[in-house]
Design a protein around this ligand. Structure first.
Ligand SMILES: Cc1ncc(COP(=O)(O)O)c(C=O)c1O
Length: 405
């Protein structure tokens, strides 16, 4: 079955916009995806009909808000094949999810322990572990990548030791689009008894994430990269690990008993969710997940691959354009440089043509340094993009090249 992209696009009101009289060509999906009407409606409906705090009111609105909020948690649990609803911890996004794990780990690490990450990391999955290691006197080791953007698995094997307590890596690189062999890496890490965290910020929107099948201990992702709202995300954790994981944030809702001098923690998921949560965001994310699950994932993947293949072909034919990241396993991310021009200038000229891309270090400064570049221009595709939009990107690039020559 092929994808009816026109019907899909029609569900995204923002995509009908023009920028400076040019149709918007939105190719910044790795930064954030657009939202279908059904998600926008879920947010509006919550605030219009149901707004109340959850878990605490002895009244109808609070009961209804709690039902929707917990229903969304159950939807997310089902989406990623968690074994239980309590394994889904609401966070503000991937960044907070990783911070919860890293701050907890910081309380468990001792001098001489090691944490293993990769050269591909987004700052969210690097600075967090730097800080945890620094506080504990532990060592942070970094798995190198080849020029293609693929991980050096032999180096991974060498750097993984009996002292490795945590291995953290991205499912998909935001900067290069590399899809990592997460099952293989997880199995190796589990063999030395390490915990495994997968940064799923870029992996989740391509469908088919099954946390039990991956075998990791933690999988982190954001709602806004999955057609849901900003300010909401998920830390999935294996129940047996999460139930004793040292808490980071403390306060209301996460406690069991409190005296003026002592406190004990509640059960999962509450023990890792301090304070009033982003209720509307969670409900919106539940709507996004339900919407995404109604789509044909195999057809989505074929469409994304067709977009990437077509863009890669045009990029290879474009004189003076260098693709950064050429892994065999890639999703719809095209990072590139135009010879003799700065990515920021390219992005500015593309914007005048209505084409929205990301430029800069992609929140991966060490990786940019590894490639000896200041940053990239990055076009990232989603399921609602079309081959015609890829043509628009390259027409705009042609103009940029002329203007910057
Ligand atoms: C690979 C990766 N990890 C982590 C993050 C951080 O996500 P957020 O800003 O939603 O917390 C991002 C965001 O771009 C990302 O691409």
């Amino acid at each position: 079955m092929s994808l009816d992209v026109a019907a899909l696009r029609a569900q995204f009101p923002i995509l009908t916009q023009s920028v400076d009289g040019k149709p918007l060509v939105y190719l910044d999906n790795a930064a954030t995806t657009q939202k279908p009407q059904i998600v926008i409606d879920a947010l509006v409906d919550f605030y219009t009909t149901t707004n109340a705090n959850v878990h605490r009111g002895a009244h109808h609105l609070s009961d209804e808000a709690t039902r929707r909020y917990e229903g969304a948690r159950a939807s997310v649990a089902n989406f990623i094949n968690a074994t239980a609803r309590e394994e889904v911890i609401w966070t503000s996004g991937t960044t907070e999810a990783i911070n919860i794990v890293a701050n907890g780990l910081g309380q468990l690490l001792a001098e001489g322990d090691e944490v293993l990450v990769t050269e591909l990391e987004h700052h969210a999955n690097l600075v967090t572990w730097q800080q945890a290691c620094r506080r504990a006197g532990a060592t942070l080791n970094i798995v190198p990548v080849f020029d293609s953007g693929e991980l050096d698995i032999e180096a991974f094997d060498r750097l993984l030791t009996a002292n490795t307590k945590m291995v953290a890596f991205p499912h998909v690189s935001n900067a290069l689009g590399t899809v990592n062999p997460i099952k293989q890496l997880t199995a190796k890490a589990k063999a030395v008894g390490a915990w495994v965290l997968v940064d799923g910020a870029q992996g989740i929107a391509h469908g088919g994430v099954d946390v039990q099948d991956i075998g990791c201990d933690f999988y982190a992702f954001s709602g806004h990269k999955l057609f849901g709202p900003t300010g909401i995300g998920v830390l999935w954790g294996r129940k047996s690990v999460l139930k004793d994981w040292p808490v980071w944030q403390v306060g209301g809702e996460m406690i069991k008993d409190v005296t003026y001098h002592e406190a004990t923690w509640g059960e999962l998921p509450n023990r890792l969710e301090a304070g009033t949560p982003n209720i509307a965001g969670a409900i919106g994310m539940g709507a996004a997940v339900a919407w995404f699950q109604s789509l044909d994932v195999a057809a989505l993947r074929r469409h994304e691959k067709a977009l990437l293949d077509y863009a890669t072909k045009l990029a290879n034919d474009f004189e003076g354009l260098r693709i950064i990241g050429t892994a065999k396993e890639k999703v719809g991310v095209l990072s590139f440089l135009l010879e003799g021009s700065h990515p920021a200038d390219v992005g500015f000229i593309l914007d005048r043509q209505g084409v929205a891309i990301r430029t800069g270090d992609n929140c991966a400064q060490p990786l940019m340094k590894r490639f000896g570049i200041p940053g990239t221009a990055r076009a990232s595709f989603s399921i609602y993009n079309t081959l015609e939009e890829v043509d628009s990107l390259f027409a705009a690039l042609k103009k940029a090249k002329m203007m910057l020559a």
